[in-house]
Design a protein around this ligand. Structure first.
Ligand SMILES: Cc1cc2nc3c(=O)[nH]c(=O)nc-3n(C[C@H](O)[C@H](O)[C@H](O)COP(=O)(O)OP(=O)(O)OC[C@H]3O[C@@H](n4cnc5c(N)ncnc54)[C@H](O)[C@@H]3O)c2cc1C
Length: 413
Protein backbone atom coordinates (compact mmCIF):
# COMPACT_ATOMS: atom_id res chain seq x y z
CA UNK A 1 0.00 0.00 0.00
CA UNK A 2 1.90 3.08 -1.07
CA UNK A 3 -0.68 5.88 -1.32
CA UNK A 4 -4.05 6.38 0.34
CA UNK A 5 -6.60 9.17 -0.14
CA UNK A 6 -8.70 9.75 2.97
CA UNK A 7 -11.90 11.68 2.26
CA UNK A 8 -13.16 13.81 5.16
CA UNK A 9 -11.29 15.99 7.63
CA UNK A 10 -13.37 15.12 10.69
CA UNK A 11 -12.26 13.10 13.70
CA UNK A 12 -12.49 9.82 11.78
CA UNK A 13 -10.53 11.10 8.78
CA UNK A 14 -7.69 12.71 10.74
CA UNK A 15 -7.28 9.71 13.05
CA UNK A 16 -7.19 7.37 10.06
CA UNK A 17 -4.60 9.55 8.34
CA UNK A 18 -2.59 9.63 11.57
CA UNK A 19 -2.29 5.86 11.95
CA UNK A 20 -1.57 5.37 8.25
CA UNK A 21 1.12 8.05 8.25
CA UNK A 22 2.62 6.56 11.41
CA UNK A 23 2.98 3.29 9.50
CA UNK A 24 4.87 5.09 6.72
CA UNK A 25 2.03 5.28 4.16
CA UNK A 26 1.80 8.28 1.83
CA UNK A 27 -1.52 9.92 2.71
CA UNK A 28 -3.59 12.70 1.18
CA UNK A 29 -6.46 13.98 3.29
CA UNK A 30 -9.15 15.62 1.17
CA UNK A 31 -11.65 17.92 2.85
CA UNK A 32 -14.24 20.10 1.18
CA UNK A 33 -14.00 22.85 3.81
CA UNK A 34 -11.52 23.46 6.61
CA UNK A 35 -10.40 20.57 8.79
CA UNK A 36 -13.22 19.93 11.32
CA UNK A 37 -15.86 21.50 9.11
CA UNK A 38 -18.45 18.84 9.92
CA UNK A 39 -19.89 17.37 13.10
CA UNK A 40 -16.45 17.05 14.69
CA UNK A 41 -16.34 20.80 15.31
CA UNK A 42 -18.90 21.81 17.91
CA UNK A 43 -20.01 18.54 19.47
CA UNK A 44 -20.10 17.95 23.24
CA UNK A 45 -16.60 16.42 23.26
CA UNK A 46 -17.60 13.67 25.70
CA UNK A 47 -15.40 10.60 25.49
CA UNK A 48 -17.76 8.17 27.13
CA UNK A 49 -17.34 4.42 27.18
CA UNK A 50 -20.02 4.53 29.92
CA UNK A 51 -22.58 6.16 27.64
CA UNK A 52 -21.73 4.11 24.54
CA UNK A 53 -25.28 2.95 23.96
CA UNK A 54 -26.83 1.97 20.65
CA UNK A 55 -29.39 4.56 19.52
CA UNK A 56 -32.06 1.89 18.81
CA UNK A 57 -32.88 1.03 22.43
CA UNK A 58 -35.96 -0.93 23.54
CA UNK A 59 -38.74 1.57 24.16
CA UNK A 60 -37.13 4.40 22.25
CA UNK A 61 -39.69 4.07 19.48
CA UNK A 62 -42.70 4.44 21.75
CA UNK A 63 -41.02 7.48 23.33
CA UNK A 64 -40.08 8.64 19.85
CA UNK A 65 -43.68 8.41 18.67
CA UNK A 66 -44.78 10.69 21.47
CA UNK A 67 -41.94 13.06 20.60
CA UNK A 68 -42.38 12.71 16.86
CA UNK A 69 -44.58 15.68 16.25
CA UNK A 70 -43.06 17.91 18.90
CA UNK A 71 -40.29 20.04 17.37
CA UNK A 72 -39.00 20.90 20.87
CA UNK A 73 -38.48 17.24 21.95
CA UNK A 74 -35.02 15.61 22.26
CA UNK A 75 -35.75 13.40 19.21
CA UNK A 76 -37.61 14.73 16.19
CA UNK A 77 -38.28 13.23 12.78
CA UNK A 78 -39.37 15.68 10.12
CA UNK A 79 -42.27 13.86 8.47
CA UNK A 80 -41.52 13.32 4.77
CA UNK A 81 -41.81 10.72 2.04
CA UNK A 82 -38.21 9.66 1.66
CA UNK A 83 -37.56 6.01 0.82
CA UNK A 84 -34.08 5.99 2.41
CA UNK A 85 -35.54 7.34 5.65
CA UNK A 86 -38.41 4.85 5.62
CA UNK A 87 -36.11 1.83 5.16
CA UNK A 88 -33.75 3.29 7.78
CA UNK A 89 -36.61 3.57 10.30
CA UNK A 90 -37.71 0.04 9.46
CA UNK A 91 -34.23 -1.31 10.22
CA UNK A 92 -34.04 0.87 13.33
CA UNK A 93 -37.28 -0.69 14.58
CA UNK A 94 -35.88 -4.17 13.94
CA UNK A 95 -32.78 -3.39 16.05
CA UNK A 96 -34.68 -1.78 18.96
CA UNK A 97 -35.09 -4.96 20.99
CA UNK A 98 -33.47 -6.12 24.22
CA UNK A 99 -31.30 -8.86 22.69
CA UNK A 100 -29.82 -6.74 19.88
CA UNK A 101 -29.39 -3.79 22.25
CA UNK A 102 -27.27 -5.88 24.63
CA UNK A 103 -25.20 -7.38 21.82
CA UNK A 104 -24.52 -3.99 20.27
CA UNK A 105 -23.89 -2.41 23.66
CA UNK A 106 -21.06 -4.86 24.27
CA UNK A 107 -19.55 -4.15 20.82
CA UNK A 108 -19.70 -0.39 21.34
CA UNK A 109 -18.17 -0.76 24.80
CA UNK A 110 -15.16 -2.60 23.41
CA UNK A 111 -14.60 -0.07 20.62
CA UNK A 112 -15.05 2.95 22.91
CA UNK A 113 -12.65 1.71 25.57
CA UNK A 114 -10.07 0.76 22.96
CA UNK A 115 -10.44 4.21 21.45
CA UNK A 116 -10.20 6.07 24.77
CA UNK A 117 -6.85 4.39 25.47
CA UNK A 118 -5.61 5.38 22.01
CA UNK A 119 -6.80 8.96 22.41
CA UNK A 120 -4.90 9.26 25.70
CA UNK A 121 -1.81 7.93 23.98
CA UNK A 122 -2.18 10.24 20.94
CA UNK A 123 -2.75 13.36 23.05
CA UNK A 124 0.27 12.58 25.23
CA UNK A 125 2.67 11.44 22.50
CA UNK A 126 1.79 14.22 20.07
CA UNK A 127 1.29 16.85 22.73
CA UNK A 128 -2.07 17.92 21.27
CA UNK A 129 -3.44 20.95 23.15
CA UNK A 130 -7.13 20.04 23.21
CA UNK A 131 -8.13 20.26 26.84
CA UNK A 132 -8.26 16.47 27.23
CA UNK A 133 -9.32 15.67 30.80
CA UNK A 134 -10.28 12.40 32.42
CA UNK A 135 -12.52 13.65 35.21
CA UNK A 136 -15.45 11.28 34.73
CA UNK A 137 -19.04 12.02 33.75
CA UNK A 138 -22.03 12.79 35.96
CA UNK A 139 -25.49 11.90 34.69
CA UNK A 140 -28.13 13.96 36.50
CA UNK A 141 -31.80 12.97 36.91
CA UNK A 142 -34.91 14.96 37.77
CA UNK A 143 -37.27 12.00 38.11
CA UNK A 144 -36.94 8.91 40.25
CA UNK A 145 -38.15 6.69 37.39
CA UNK A 146 -35.37 7.84 35.05
CA UNK A 147 -32.81 7.55 37.87
CA UNK A 148 -33.87 3.94 38.49
CA UNK A 149 -33.71 3.20 34.76
CA UNK A 150 -30.25 4.77 34.73
CA UNK A 151 -29.14 2.46 37.54
CA UNK A 152 -30.37 -0.60 35.63
CA UNK A 153 -28.41 0.54 32.61
CA UNK A 154 -25.34 1.18 34.78
CA UNK A 155 -25.56 -2.42 36.01
CA UNK A 156 -25.58 -3.65 32.40
CA UNK A 157 -22.61 -1.48 31.46
CA UNK A 158 -20.78 -2.63 34.60
CA UNK A 159 -20.79 -6.17 33.19
CA UNK A 160 -18.27 -4.85 30.67
CA UNK A 161 -16.01 -3.49 33.41
CA UNK A 162 -17.26 0.11 33.54
CA UNK A 163 -17.43 1.22 37.17
CA UNK A 164 -20.05 3.64 38.49
CA UNK A 165 -21.26 5.30 41.67
CA UNK A 166 -24.87 6.18 42.46
CA UNK A 167 -24.98 9.66 44.02
CA UNK A 168 -27.74 11.09 46.18
CA UNK A 169 -28.94 14.61 45.46
CA UNK A 170 -26.70 15.81 48.34
CA UNK A 171 -23.66 14.15 46.76
CA UNK A 172 -24.57 15.71 43.41
CA UNK A 173 -24.82 19.16 45.09
CA UNK A 174 -21.44 18.71 46.74
CA UNK A 175 -19.66 18.05 43.43
CA UNK A 176 -21.89 20.29 41.31
CA UNK A 177 -23.04 23.21 43.49
CA UNK A 178 -24.98 24.63 40.51
CA UNK A 179 -27.40 21.63 40.56
CA UNK A 180 -31.01 22.57 41.27
CA UNK A 181 -32.81 21.03 44.28
CA UNK A 182 -35.18 19.28 41.81
CA UNK A 183 -32.32 16.96 40.79
CA UNK A 184 -33.17 13.68 42.55
CA UNK A 185 -29.78 12.03 42.11
CA UNK A 186 -27.00 11.11 39.78
CA UNK A 187 -24.75 8.38 38.46
CA UNK A 188 -21.04 9.07 38.23
CA UNK A 189 -18.79 7.22 35.78
CA UNK A 190 -15.14 7.81 36.69
CA UNK A 191 -13.60 6.39 33.51
CA UNK A 192 -14.99 8.96 31.07
CA UNK A 193 -13.11 11.90 29.65
CA UNK A 194 -13.80 15.11 27.76
CA UNK A 195 -12.02 17.13 25.15
CA UNK A 196 -12.37 20.24 23.01
CA UNK A 197 -13.30 18.38 19.81
CA UNK A 198 -12.28 21.01 17.25
CA UNK A 199 -8.91 21.46 18.94
CA UNK A 200 -8.33 17.71 18.98
CA UNK A 201 -9.08 17.41 15.26
CA UNK A 202 -7.19 20.56 14.24
CA UNK A 203 -4.27 19.67 16.52
CA UNK A 204 -4.06 16.20 14.99
CA UNK A 205 -4.18 17.74 11.51
CA UNK A 206 -1.20 19.93 12.40
CA UNK A 207 0.76 16.84 13.42
CA UNK A 208 -0.24 15.21 10.14
CA UNK A 209 1.48 18.00 8.21
CA UNK A 210 4.68 17.37 10.20
CA UNK A 211 4.35 13.68 9.40
CA UNK A 212 4.28 14.41 5.67
CA UNK A 213 0.53 14.05 5.02
CA UNK A 214 -0.83 16.27 2.24
CA UNK A 215 -3.81 18.25 3.51
CA UNK A 216 -6.05 19.17 0.57
CA UNK A 217 -8.62 21.47 2.19
CA UNK A 218 -11.34 23.34 0.28
CA UNK A 219 -11.25 20.40 -2.11
CA UNK A 220 -14.53 18.61 -2.75
CA UNK A 221 -14.60 15.03 -3.96
CA UNK A 222 -16.89 14.70 -6.95
CA UNK A 223 -16.33 11.19 -8.26
CA UNK A 224 -13.91 8.28 -8.56
CA UNK A 225 -11.71 6.87 -11.28
CA UNK A 226 -12.40 3.13 -11.57
CA UNK A 227 -10.59 0.37 -13.41
CA UNK A 228 -10.83 -3.43 -13.17
CA UNK A 229 -12.87 -3.46 -9.95
CA UNK A 230 -10.60 -1.00 -8.17
CA UNK A 231 -10.69 2.71 -7.54
CA UNK A 232 -7.54 4.26 -9.04
CA UNK A 233 -8.09 7.90 -8.20
CA UNK A 234 -10.36 10.55 -6.75
CA UNK A 235 -11.76 13.37 -8.90
CA UNK A 236 -12.08 16.61 -6.98
CA UNK A 237 -12.74 20.29 -7.57
CA UNK A 238 -8.94 20.68 -7.55
CA UNK A 239 -8.00 17.90 -9.89
CA UNK A 240 -7.53 14.15 -9.66
CA UNK A 241 -5.60 12.47 -6.85
CA UNK A 242 -4.28 9.01 -7.77
CA UNK A 243 -4.76 6.39 -5.05
CA UNK A 244 -3.91 2.77 -4.28
CA UNK A 245 -6.68 2.83 -1.70
CA UNK A 246 -9.42 5.22 -0.59
CA UNK A 247 -11.07 5.77 2.78
CA UNK A 248 -14.62 7.15 2.89
CA UNK A 249 -14.73 9.13 6.14
CA UNK A 250 -17.11 11.86 5.07
CA UNK A 251 -19.46 11.58 8.05
CA UNK A 252 -23.11 12.21 7.19
CA UNK A 253 -22.14 12.73 3.53
CA UNK A 254 -20.52 9.28 3.17
CA UNK A 255 -23.61 7.68 1.52
CA UNK A 256 -23.52 10.31 -1.23
CA UNK A 257 -19.96 9.25 -2.11
CA UNK A 258 -20.67 5.53 -1.74
CA UNK A 259 -23.59 5.89 -4.14
CA UNK A 260 -21.08 6.91 -6.83
CA UNK A 261 -19.52 3.49 -6.28
CA UNK A 262 -22.85 1.69 -6.58
CA UNK A 263 -23.33 1.07 -2.86
CA UNK A 264 -26.25 2.22 -0.75
CA UNK A 265 -25.16 2.89 2.85
CA UNK A 266 -27.95 3.32 5.41
CA UNK A 267 -26.65 6.44 7.13
CA UNK A 268 -29.09 9.20 8.06
CA UNK A 269 -27.89 12.68 9.05
CA UNK A 270 -29.11 13.48 12.58
CA UNK A 271 -28.85 17.15 13.35
CA UNK A 272 -27.81 18.37 16.78
CA UNK A 273 -27.05 21.79 18.22
CA UNK A 274 -24.57 23.23 20.65
CA UNK A 275 -24.50 26.52 22.49
CA UNK A 276 -21.09 27.57 23.77
CA UNK A 277 -20.91 30.36 26.34
CA UNK A 278 -18.26 31.85 28.56
CA UNK A 279 -17.83 29.52 31.50
CA UNK A 280 -19.63 30.84 34.57
CA UNK A 281 -17.38 31.54 37.53
CA UNK A 282 -16.97 28.47 39.74
CA UNK A 283 -18.41 25.92 37.31
CA UNK A 284 -16.52 22.68 38.16
CA UNK A 285 -14.43 20.65 35.71
CA UNK A 286 -17.09 17.97 35.57
CA UNK A 287 -19.05 17.20 32.41
CA UNK A 288 -22.71 16.33 32.73
CA UNK A 289 -25.54 14.64 30.91
CA UNK A 290 -28.98 15.95 31.83
CA UNK A 291 -30.70 12.63 31.40
CA UNK A 292 -34.36 13.25 30.63
CA UNK A 293 -33.51 16.20 28.37
CA UNK A 294 -30.63 14.37 26.63
CA UNK A 295 -28.39 17.43 26.91
CA UNK A 296 -24.62 17.28 27.44
CA UNK A 297 -22.80 20.00 29.39
CA UNK A 298 -19.05 20.20 28.90
CA UNK A 299 -16.52 22.57 30.41
CA UNK A 300 -13.81 23.42 27.85
CA UNK A 301 -11.28 25.77 29.42
CA UNK A 302 -12.88 29.19 29.79
CA UNK A 303 -15.97 28.04 27.90
CA UNK A 304 -18.97 25.89 28.71
CA UNK A 305 -20.86 23.98 26.02
CA UNK A 306 -24.46 22.72 26.06
CA UNK A 307 -25.26 20.22 23.32
CA UNK A 308 -28.26 18.15 22.40
CA UNK A 309 -31.30 17.23 20.33
CA UNK A 310 -31.43 14.71 17.52
CA UNK A 311 -33.38 15.68 14.45
CA UNK A 312 -33.77 13.44 11.41
CA UNK A 313 -34.37 16.14 8.82
CA UNK A 314 -32.02 15.27 5.96
CA UNK A 315 -28.85 17.21 5.15
CA UNK A 316 -30.37 20.62 5.85
CA UNK A 317 -28.26 22.70 8.22
CA UNK A 318 -31.07 25.16 8.94
CA UNK A 319 -31.30 26.24 12.57
CA UNK A 320 -34.69 25.75 14.20
CA UNK A 321 -34.85 28.37 16.99
CA UNK A 322 -37.40 26.31 18.93
CA UNK A 323 -34.96 23.43 19.27
CA UNK A 324 -32.18 25.72 20.44
CA UNK A 325 -34.58 27.21 22.96
CA UNK A 326 -35.45 23.68 24.16
CA UNK A 327 -31.77 23.10 25.07
CA UNK A 328 -31.59 26.41 26.95
CA UNK A 329 -34.78 25.66 28.88
CA UNK A 330 -33.62 22.14 29.75
CA UNK A 331 -30.39 23.49 31.23
CA UNK A 332 -32.21 25.85 33.57
CA UNK A 333 -34.36 22.98 34.84
CA UNK A 334 -31.28 21.11 36.12
CA UNK A 335 -28.77 23.86 36.82
CA UNK A 336 -28.68 27.28 38.35
CA UNK A 337 -27.03 28.44 35.13
CA UNK A 338 -28.84 30.45 32.48
CA UNK A 339 -27.12 30.04 29.09
CA UNK A 340 -28.79 33.29 27.97
CA UNK A 341 -27.22 35.22 30.81
CA UNK A 342 -23.67 34.20 29.81
CA UNK A 343 -21.83 35.86 26.91
CA UNK A 344 -22.39 33.68 23.84
CA UNK A 345 -19.28 32.29 22.17
CA UNK A 346 -20.99 30.28 19.42
CA UNK A 347 -24.24 28.70 18.36
CA UNK A 348 -23.54 25.65 16.18
CA UNK A 349 -25.25 22.72 14.52
CA UNK A 350 -23.85 19.56 13.03
CA UNK A 351 -25.00 16.35 11.38
CA UNK A 352 -24.27 13.07 13.13
CA UNK A 353 -23.89 10.11 10.76
CA UNK A 354 -26.35 7.52 12.12
CA UNK A 355 -26.82 3.89 11.12
CA UNK A 356 -30.13 2.16 11.93
CA UNK A 357 -28.56 -0.54 14.15
CA UNK A 358 -26.43 1.86 16.18
CA UNK A 359 -23.08 0.36 15.10
CA UNK A 360 -20.54 2.18 12.94
CA UNK A 361 -19.67 1.00 9.45
CA UNK A 362 -16.00 0.06 9.31
CA UNK A 363 -14.81 -2.18 6.50
CA UNK A 364 -14.11 -2.67 2.83
CA UNK A 365 -16.74 -1.99 0.19
CA UNK A 366 -18.02 -5.23 -1.34
CA UNK A 367 -17.89 -3.68 -4.83
CA UNK A 368 -14.45 -2.05 -4.69
CA UNK A 369 -12.06 -3.93 -2.46
CA UNK A 370 -9.55 -1.09 -2.11
CA UNK A 371 -12.16 1.28 -0.64
CA UNK A 372 -12.70 1.25 3.11
CA UNK A 373 -15.72 2.89 4.75
CA UNK A 374 -15.26 4.52 8.17
CA UNK A 375 -18.47 6.24 9.14
CA UNK A 376 -21.83 5.94 10.88
CA UNK A 377 -20.60 6.67 14.42
CA UNK A 378 -23.72 8.67 15.25
CA UNK A 379 -23.39 10.05 18.80
CA UNK A 380 -20.02 8.40 19.45
CA UNK A 381 -17.65 9.65 16.77
CA UNK A 382 -15.38 11.59 19.14
CA UNK A 383 -15.30 8.66 21.53
CA UNK A 384 -14.52 6.14 18.80
CA UNK A 385 -12.36 8.23 16.42
CA UNK A 386 -8.85 7.06 17.34
CA UNK A 387 -9.97 3.43 17.61
CA UNK A 388 -11.62 3.59 14.20
CA UNK A 389 -8.58 5.26 12.66
CA UNK A 390 -6.32 2.54 13.98
CA UNK A 391 -8.65 -0.23 12.74
CA UNK A 392 -8.85 1.26 9.23
CA UNK A 393 -5.06 1.53 9.07
CA UNK A 394 -4.79 -2.12 10.17
CA UNK A 395 -7.29 -3.24 7.52
CA UNK A 396 -5.45 -1.40 4.76
CA UNK A 397 -2.07 -2.65 5.90
CA UNK A 398 -3.47 -6.17 6.22
CA UNK A 399 -2.58 -6.33 9.91
CA UNK A 400 -5.16 -8.05 12.14
CA UNK A 401 -7.11 -5.35 14.03
CA UNK A 402 -6.74 -5.52 17.81
CA UNK A 403 -10.49 -5.89 18.33
CA UNK A 404 -13.13 -7.87 16.42
CA UNK A 405 -14.38 -5.68 13.56
CA UNK A 406 -16.53 -8.25 11.79
CA UNK A 407 -19.78 -6.84 13.33
CA UNK A 408 -19.01 -3.43 11.80
CA UNK A 409 -18.65 -4.71 8.22
CA UNK A 410 -20.49 -2.95 5.41
CA UNK A 411 -22.17 -6.13 4.06
CA UNK A 412 -24.33 -6.53 7.17
CA UNK A 413 -27.01 -4.40 5.47
C1 LIG B 1 -24.70 18.15 18.95
C2 LIG B 1 -23.75 16.99 18.85
C3 LIG B 1 -23.11 16.52 19.98
C4 LIG B 1 -22.26 15.43 19.92
N1 LIG B 1 -21.58 15.04 21.04
C5 LIG B 1 -20.71 14.00 20.98
C6 LIG B 1 -19.98 13.61 22.13
O1 LIG B 1 -20.10 14.21 23.20
N2 LIG B 1 -19.16 12.54 22.04
C7 LIG B 1 -19.00 11.83 20.88
O2 LIG B 1 -18.28 10.84 20.88
N3 LIG B 1 -19.65 12.21 19.75
C8 LIG B 1 -20.50 13.27 19.78
N4 LIG B 1 -21.18 13.66 18.67
C9 LIG B 1 -21.03 12.86 17.45
C10 LIG B 1 -19.76 13.25 16.70
O3 LIG B 1 -19.73 14.64 16.53
C11 LIG B 1 -19.75 12.54 15.34
O4 LIG B 1 -20.01 11.17 15.48
C12 LIG B 1 -18.37 12.69 14.71
O5 LIG B 1 -17.98 14.04 14.69
C13 LIG B 1 -18.37 12.12 13.29
O6 LIG B 1 -17.10 12.35 12.73
P1 LIG B 1 -16.81 12.12 11.21
O7 LIG B 1 -15.36 12.37 10.99
O8 LIG B 1 -17.39 10.82 10.78
O9 LIG B 1 -17.71 13.22 10.45
P2 LIG B 1 -17.51 14.79 10.29
O10 LIG B 1 -16.87 15.40 11.46
O11 LIG B 1 -18.84 15.33 9.88
O12 LIG B 1 -16.49 14.90 9.09
C14 LIG B 1 -16.81 14.58 7.77
C15 LIG B 1 -16.05 15.56 6.88
O13 LIG B 1 -16.20 15.15 5.53
C16 LIG B 1 -16.23 16.32 4.72
N5 LIG B 1 -16.84 15.96 3.44
C17 LIG B 1 -18.09 15.56 3.19
N6 LIG B 1 -18.28 15.34 1.88
C18 LIG B 1 -17.11 15.61 1.27
C19 LIG B 1 -16.69 15.59 -0.09
N7 LIG B 1 -17.51 15.24 -1.09
N8 LIG B 1 -15.41 15.94 -0.36
C20 LIG B 1 -14.55 16.31 0.63
N9 LIG B 1 -14.92 16.36 1.94
C21 LIG B 1 -16.17 16.00 2.25
C22 LIG B 1 -17.09 17.28 5.55
O14 LIG B 1 -16.86 18.62 5.18
C23 LIG B 1 -16.63 16.98 6.97
O15 LIG B 1 -15.61 17.85 7.42
C24 LIG B 1 -22.04 14.77 18.69
C25 LIG B 1 -22.64 15.26 17.52
C26 LIG B 1 -23.50 16.37 17.60
C27 LIG B 1 -24.13 16.89 16.34
Amino acid sequence: MSSVVVIGGGVIGVCTAYYLAKAGVKVTLVEQGEVAAGSSYGNAGLITPSDSLPLPAPGVLSKGLAWLMDPASPLYIRPRLDWDLITWLWRFRAAANTRTFRQHLSLLQVLSRYSLDLMKQMVAEENIACHFQQQGLLIMYRTTGAWQEGQKLAQQVAEFGVTYEVWSSEQVMTRMPQARPQVVGGIYYAMDAHVDPARFVQGTAQRLVNMGVTLATHTEVLDFERKSGRVRGVHTTRGTFPADAVVLAAGAWTPLLARRLGVSLPIQPAKGYSITVQRPEGFPELPLILDEAKVGVTPMGDRLRFAGTLELAGHSLAITPRRVMAIRRAVTRYLDVDPDAQPLVELWRGLRPCTPDGLPLIGRLPTYNNVVVASGHCMLGMTQGPGTGRIVADLLLERPPEIDVHPFRVERF
